[in-house]
Design a protein around this ligand. Structure first.
Ligand SMILES: [Zn+2]
Length: 431
């Protein structure tokens, strides 16, 4: 089956070019001016922007988090991806604790999760592994297959905590393969002492118990290790401008990368002061308006490699169950479907970020970080024809911004968008 997309402004790495795209069996065959192909179905894109479909490298799905099943499973995520134009995600597998009655070796957990994802999610998946008891030798075959690692410098009660010394040992033992290491950075010692000073009476206490300084301290320590071991580290969900500046400084000596999430760019800690503040509990917590503003400026300056959502949706019932004892409220918010219309509406249309700067953060850069480039995140011969068609003419009626299709609170409930786009996936099959 051949399709010819004509009259579009096509994304080419750093900008747009007026090109036609010839697609055959779901793959881009050729790009050029005034292409003709006798048996192709022609689609007139009418001056629309044509972009690679989105990639979100930080999505929790099909896992238990805080002991609870997440609101999204692979099937609901697949529907959401189709609707919002997501071509691939980075998902997580955390090795179950030895005390868990469903404990399986990490490799078995991986086989099961990747099989489920293949059957129920029609899009690309890159896996981030968190071994909790397995050692380097046990995980090595999975790392050789292209998975990477995710470690936490906090969450001792959940059995996820790794000391800086342990992280250094892993870097040392993996010095030949050097799979990327994702790190959730919050210094556990500081979190512990702040937690001691600030009892959790109200959702806003979360911000005091896990201050920016905890992230900054851990980022500093991890960057030191990355430089010492010349190791590729990726810092997840950066919420503090100071952390972003430290990472940028370290880039001079080591290939360190980082992501931030839309909620740190667009929301601040006043959400936690609301009556229903528990709904916005996530870790790291939302920050001050000053930090939020600075983080957005650093995004404009190009300090981030990717925007990823840290999609971690709980059902409304699970989020509400312990709202009077916020310490027991599961932390995490939904986000995966919202990113593009939200950022286009709030940053691009307001002139704060050119579309040319937003696109790589959601396409080519996360694709590279997940080893999916150039099959994904690129519009070039040989790439998958998973495309976004963005019309220049906005929608007449603003639409709500969806973060999940499941019964979960939407952190963007107050936002609407007139962003007029759809997901174009070329049909497979011979004509
Ligand atoms: Zn996460």
């Amino acid at each position: 089956m051949k399709v010819l997309l004509t009259n579009g402004h096509v994304w080419q790495e750093n900008g747009f070019a007026k090109l036609d795209i010839l697609i055959e069996d779901g793959t881009i065959k050729a790009l050029g001016e005034n292409l003709t192909e006798p048996y192709a179905e022609a689609v007139d894109c009418k001056e629309a922007y044509i972009l690679p479909a989105w990639l979100d490298m930080h999505v929790h799905v099909g896992e238990k988090v805080c002991g609870l099943d997440l609101a999204d499973d692979w099937q609901s995520l697949s529907l959401l991806a189709n609707r919002c134009g997501i071509a691939g995600i980075g998902a997580f597998i955390t090795e179950r604790q030895p005390t868990d009655k469903n404990k399986k070796p990490l490799a078995e957990q991986y086989n099961l999760a990747s099989r489920t994802a293949e059957e129920q999610f029609r899009h690309a998946v890159h896996w981030h592994l968190t071994p909790t008891v397995s050692g380097v030798k046990d995980v090595y075959p999975l790392l050789e297959q292209g998975c990477d690692l995710k470690f936490y410098t906090t969450y001792r009660p959940h059995g996820l905590y790794r000391s800086y010394a342990e992280i250094a040992e892993w870097m040392q033992e993996l010095k030949d393969l050097k799979p990327r290491l994702l790190v959730h950075c919050e210094d556990d010692e500081l979190v512990d002492s702040m937690t001691g000073f600030n009892p959790f009476h109200h959702p806003f206490d979360h911000a005091r118990r896990r201050p920016e300084m905890a992230e900054i301290l851990a980022v500093e320590r991890i960057l030191d290790l990355a430089i010492q071991h010349s190791y590729p580290v990726h810092i997840v969900h950066v919420s503090s401008p100071q952390s972003a500046l430290l990472i940028d400084e370290a880039r001079r000596s080591v290939p360190v990368t980082c992501e931030t999430a839309p909620h740190y760019l667009l929301l601040n800690e006043t959400m936690l002061q609301r009556e229903d503040g528990h709904r916005w509990l996530c870790t790291p917590p939302l920050r001050s308006e000053k930090s939020r503003g600075e983080l957005t400026e650093l995004l404009q300056d190009g300090l981030f490699d990717a925007i990823a959502t840290d999609h971690c949706p709980f059902t409304k019932a699970d989020k509400d169950r312990h709202k009077s004892t916020p310490e027991q409220v599961p932390t995490g918010i939904a986000g995966v479907g919202a990113t593009f219309p939200l950022l286009y509406e709030t940053l691009v249309k307001t002139g704060r970020l050119p579309l040319e700067k937003l696109v790589p953060l959601l396409t080519s850069q996360p694709a590279r970080l997940m080893n999916l480039y150039p099959a994904f995140g690129s519009i070039s011969a040989g790439s998958k024809a998973s495309l976004i068609i963005l019309q220049q003419e906005p929608l007449k009626n603003p639409q709500p911004i969806l973060s999940s299709l499941r019964d979960t609170y939407n952190p963007w409930q107050d936002c609407c968008s007139t962003t007029n786009y759809y997901f174009f996936e070329a049909p497979y099959g011979k004509q």
